[in-house]
Design a protein around this ligand. Structure first.
Ligand code: NAD
Length: 279
């Protein structure tokens, strides 16, 4: 029978662990403040930012929020980041992406103090990750590792195929799976015979950004399938990159959308927030 991996329950367990850890830190007089900046009013970003603030409240750390107008200049944003970098009370800074077109995302990511970069996007943190050093972990991929481990799925020695090579999901996912001793393949838009490649996977991680693209023909019998995608289908219902009803009967375990990978990203962000003072 296929196991449906419950991302909601696993993320709740992680948030509760964070809450207990934050309370211990508080007893010792250590406080955390997480600053989140949103530029413009993209509805999806507004929901993500709201959930991040709610998460901080739940685990008991302070949050500051900056809701800036769409036409905010790059200079203004960079100055605000400088101020937050210099503010000793602020332990984590996150700028919600995507940014309006007139702002250079790379410049903004580079401006954040790597010690406060709880999203793990700064090149210094990405470098540490690729060298296997301690530090912040990229939230969505780290959440997927937790989902696998806490569902009792072994990673070491497994054939893992990731569809997608983005800087946010695909590439850091490969690095984390390597750390866990998996054999890793990254497939992408130029991969030939995609189904032949994905059929090799014991664990298939799908971050392709195309609704319901991955159907049964891409999946080996008994594979574990992790669906990173988030979309609205023709009936305005949330769906993933995997066609759940076609894929599910073949899988030994699968994540649903919603309630799979999505809730894990925020849980791992909160974990990073609590790791911010470690240095
Ligand atoms: P992206 O658009 O940056 O990357 C998509 C990748 O898929 C690219 O590397 C591309 O090469 C590959 N691709 C595109 N078409 C392909 C095809 N036909 N065959 C093979 N490969 C193909 O997307 P992303 O930022 O990595 O996000 C992927 C999905 O995950 C999106 O649906 C996004 O909304 C979702 N997402 C969810 C979370 C979460 O917290 N659950 C976090 C980040 C992203």
């Amino acid at each position: 029978m296929t196991k449906i991996i419950d991302g909601k329950a696993i993320s709740q367990a992680i948030k509760d662990e964070c809450r207990a850890q934050a309370a211990k830190y508080k007893e010792k007089g250590t406080e955390f403040t997480f600053a989140v900046i949103q530029v413009g009013s993209d509805p999806a970003s507004t929901v993500y930012v709201k959930n991040k603030k709610k998460g901080c409240e739940y685990i008991g750390i302070n949050s500051l929020s900056y809701e800036l107008a769409e036409e905010t200049s790059e200079d203004y944003l960079l100055k605000l980041i400088d101020e937050l970098n210099a503010n000793e009370k602020v332990t984590g800074i996150l700028v919600q992406l995507p940014l309006p077109k007139h702002i250079d995302e790379d410049k903004v990511i580079l401006a954040i103090d790597p010690d406060k970069d709880v999203d793990c996007f700064h090149p210094e943190n990405v470098g540490n990750l690729s060298l296997g050093r301690d530090g912040f972990l990229p939230c969505t991929p780290a959440g997927i590792i937790e989902l696998l481990k806490r569902s009792g799925i072994e990673i070491a020695g497994k054939e893992c195929v990731i569809i997608g090579r983005s800087n946010i999901v695909g590439k850091p996912m490969a690095l984390l799976l390597l750390r866990e001793n998996a054999t890793v393949t990254i497939a992408h838009s130029k991969t030939k015979n995609l189904a032949e490649v994905t059929q090799r996977a014991d664990i298939l991680i799908v971050a392709v950004g195309r609704p319901k693209m991955i159907t049964a023909e891409y999946i080996k019998d008994g594979a574990v399938v992790i669906d990173v995608g988030i979309h609205r289908d023709e009936n305005n219902k949330l769906c993933g990159d995997v066609d759940f009803s076609s894929a599910m009967p073949l899988c030994s375990a699968i994540t649903p959308v919603p309630g799979g990978v999505g809730p894990m990203t925020i849980a791992m962000l909160l974990k990073n927030c609590l790791n911010a003072r470690r240095k």
